[in-house]
Design a protein around this ligand. Sequence first.
Ligand SMILES: *Cc1c(COP(=O)(O)O)cnc(C)c1O
Length: 485
Amino acid sequence: MLYLSTRGDPGRKHFCEILLEGLAPDGGLYLPEHYPRVDAATLARWRGVFNGGAPGGYAALAFEVLSLYIDDIPAADLRALCEKTYTEAVYGTPQIVPLKPLEDGVWLEALSNGPTLAFKDMAMQLLGNLFEYELARRGEQLNILGATSGDTGSAAEYAMRGKKGVRVFMLSPHGRMSPFQQAQMFSLMDENIHNIAIEGVFDDCQDIVKNVSNDLAFKRQHKIGTVNSINWARLLAQVVYYFAGYLQATDPTTGSGRSDRVSFTVPSGNFGNVCAGHVARQMGLPIEQLVVATNENDVLDEFFRTGVYRVRASADTHETSSPSMDISKASNFERFVFDLLGRDGVRVKALFGETLSRDGRFDLGADPAFPEAASRHGFRSGKSTHANRIETIRDVFQRHGVMIDTHTADGVKVAREFLQDGTPMIVLETALPIKFAETIVEALGRQPHRPPQFEGIEDLPKRVRLMPASTAAVQAFIAEHCASA
Ligand SMILES: *Cc1c(COP(=O)(O)O)cnc(C)c1O
């Protein structure tokens, strides 16, 4: 399988070449040349491989999916990487992504039982093992520089801790993460993990990362890389749980077993998670609807309703109680638009490279193909606000005794608007409530459940360096810690 850029560059690359890269050289995102088709016979075989989520089933399914896209890692090694990644020890359950019935026809797929209690672990844990494997093979080192306001940074650190050849330098805005999130990151004592608290806001952290990345000499000398959500390997890892969700929902013994099609609702920000659903559907997974749920930052809902894609300014980006979906633009969205426009790289380049930089928006609404094409791809969308979130958390707890987090609540709220008789609706649970305790207390008047391994985490010793919002200071810190190891 070879990979191409969404902006039409004629170059083609193998999986391991794009694994450690960010954007394609022409500014586009990488996608496979085609989506391998999974026919009914293969799906039936995969049902046996997954084996109802018996121990090792998810890892074996992951190997089946990944091996369709990765031909430059020997099969035995790839299988071993999957088995090392998706274990009961890491995810606390043999099924890895158990499906739980919520209410008539609606299921929750639990994606947040990994080490940092958010779905980003599902992909990041695999990425950590892939990075270690590939860097060892090349005899190279990588220094990952990132900025985080919460979920991504901790998922990256827990995935890369103790990995050979990798160091992580993670910037976060000083004093702005929740005490739980700070404790999660700063209590890591691993030599290769460096937490840097910046005296500033998240945008200051992101600006420093951009400045360092634009300093090409520094970047090359210190082997700076990223783990952001546009990485194809992350997206690919996420494709697996759409298959696992489908196999559970249609299981003749434990699932509804009545339908051979399912729908998914995905709490969305950067369009990474739901883009993996799109890939699964392109592969032939019988997905009826792919429902994009946004919060007040409704860039994506606006697009699917009107065809207008309008990037928001920082000042128009709302700080909400589902903060991991607070985005001004959806960085993976270009991948879907590429497929939507029949893989016309020249047109994508014009839209994302030129029109968007000039006007901050583009409009496909006038394109006669648009509404039909988006719905042919199964896409629907809806939006949820703080009031909806509180109401949904309360309702789900009172009626079902189930506590859901704020992002999952946005998903449940929107999912309920798209139910169809006889088709299971699977809502992706993207985080656990303990990460967003303040809003849970507002909704329910009580503290969220805390998994036992996180008891007392706020009292652990912390390892973090406080720094001014200065690119030079961060560069000096990186140079010093690269030299010393
Ligand atoms: C990152 C994140 C999202 C959004 O996922 P995208 O892939 O950016 O669309 C939703 N919920 C939680 C809890 C997250 O951490």
